[in-house]
Design a protein around this ligand. Sequence first.
Ligand code: GLU
Length: 304
Amino acid sequence: MDFDKLMQELPAHVQDLFERGRIASYIPALARVPAHKFGMTLCRLDGSSHRVGDSEERFSIQSISKVFSLSLAMGLVGDALWRRVGREPSGNRFNSLVQLEYERGIPRNPFINAGALVVCDVLQSQLGDPKRALRDYLRLLSGSQDIDFDAEVARSEAETGFINRALANFLKGHDNLHNDVDAVLDLYFHQCALALSCSELARATLHLANRGVAPHLQEAVLTAPQVKRINALMLTCGTYDAVGEFAFRVGLPAKSGVGGGICAVLPGEYAVTVWSPGLDPSGNSLAGGAALEFLTAVTGKSVF
Ligand code: GLU
């Protein structure tokens, strides 16, 4: 398979979708991103990497950050985490308060907002400076030492995060948040505000295609069983309320964010990240999803 050729052909197949998606507008910094932006990077385990378009431009990774905070928390507390968070698809909006109420404060999975807040609470309990630890984890995994939080995005998340605040308080009311509510929210708002490029994210997720070993570090950052679990959660809970459709069309474990990024992995082969800010009604990148569908169709390979 000639991946460079595939990448060069790809934009022509999806560019009609760039203007058809809806750009996240709940904060100004996301609303300003031009709809025509499109980038993609595919890193293979043989060491080659293939990119196209705006692959080096940083964007707000938003909910993709939940993969990395979960990885850190799993390493710190192991299976104890699953007493406080489930691992079933939610079938509801990613910030549903109703679901949290009838499940008595135990979030369905770590990728809905309530679950991610519990994961942040674990990091807050375990680490002296969890914001810095999470940022440094991303720096290590991506190999880029200047990765950082976008301060404007973090501030806006805090200013508009009324539902997240309600979720955190509800968790606290059910004794599933052990730290100060504002401290946990501050960590969550900052993790959403991390800015990385497609190439940085593809490198940062390559260990998920390699049984936990990051090729550029030549060391295991997760165990193979941990990777199995994270990939299983991405496949079943990683693309909002459209996981069935995404598995049907793309067939890869993936995590998306409202900034328009999607990270996906084909275990044993590659990690890929695509970015196009226009979103479909479920909150997944419209052109990004189509690009990944094109990739698995042309290569004839998916996890199925
Ligand atoms: N930062 C937003 C929130 O927590 C959206 C995160 C996302 O789903 O990408 O509400």
